[in-house]
Design a protein around this ligand. Structure first.
Ligand code: SAM
Length: 265
């Protein structure tokens, strides 16, 4: 690995700090009933510790140059598969049915240029990992774990909080990576909610949330012009708001109620 040429286009910033690596592994709490998914094992910094702890590991890596080194690093283990190629193009459903497990965990230092598409791929495929401990860009971590009314609270926050309790675990300095990226990072933990509000039409809910935040400074009246505003207003009034409110002031529950009311109209 010493003469490895890092590819910026693949977001290759490899974790070097043992303390951070162990904090990530410990937070995941893996066991032998767990199917582990890692997107971008890279040089195996995290993988070498997680694979021995899980039932089976699916390691998706876009860069075929890394396969040999990963196999060498993991040679004491026979419970892993390296899938070379673009995770976003993989057939997740087909890949996971081959294994028996009682839960799915994702533990990864994600390639930052596709953080949201990676997370959305699980949700869009209806594969909801029980837990995800992932390193993301610090700004993304703030968005994911933002509270109502804060600057970072947006459609991604609301939509993902429908499925997950999301907590930022700790910040990670850019100095912990090789090569050093020009952003800082943070590790975020997603825990699948045991109970969720019932959403009648998930694609409508997703679109409503996205549209509500489409212009952050605009009110719900302006952002949701193309919806039945009478119905939207009736839900808002129940919660003490009117159409002049901005999306950032509305909780997940209000969005769920608005989406369901629009289905039932
Ligand atoms: N896990 C390693 C670590 O922590 O040192 C590497 C993390 S590095 C931030 C991101 C990794 O994701 C790289 O190994 C890169 O090659 C891989 N990668 C980038 N795009 C990918 C994609 N579309 N599918 C699968 N892996 C990808």
């Amino acid at each position: 690995m010493s003469d490895f040429k890092f590819k910026k286009s693949l977001g290759q910033n490899f974790l070097q700090d043992n303390n951070v690596i162990h904090k990530i592994v410990d937070s995941a709490n893996l066991d032998k009933d767990t199917l582990l998914i890692e997107i971008g094992p890279g040089g195996g910094a995290i993988t070498r510790y997680t694979v021995p702890l899980c039932g089976h590991a699916l390691l998706y890596e876009a860069d075929s140059r890394l396969e040999e080194n990963l196999n060498e690093l993991l040679k004491e283990n026979n419970n892993y598969s390296i899938l070379i190629g673009d995770f976003l193009k993989s057939n997740l459903k087909e890949d996971i049915v081959k294994y028996s497990y009682s839960k799915i965990y994702v533990v990864a230092n994600l390639p930052y240029y596709i953080t949201t598409p990676i997370i959305m791929k699980f949700i869009d495929n209806d594969i909801l990992p029980d837990k995800m401990v992932v390193m993301v860009q610090k700004e993304v971590a703030s968005r994911l774990s933002a509270s109502i009314g804060s600057r970072d609270y947006g459609s991604l926050t609301v939509f993902l909080n429908y499925y997950y309790d999301i907590k930022k675990l700790f910040d990670v300095s850019r100095n912990c990576f090789m090569p050093k990226p020009n952003v800082d990072s943070a590790v975020v933990c997603f825990e699948l909610k045991k109970e969720r509000e019932k959403v009648l039409d998930i694609s409508l809910f997703k679109k409503l949330v996205r549209d509500s935040f489409s212009y952050k400074r605009k009110t719900i009246r302006n952002n949701l012009k193309s919806y039945d505003l009478k119905i939207v207003e009736s839900v808002l009034l129940k919660h003490g708001f009117d159409l002049g409110v901005r999306a950032e002031a509305l909780s997940l529950e209000v969005f769920v109620e608005m989406a369901n009311a629009l289905v039932l109209k």
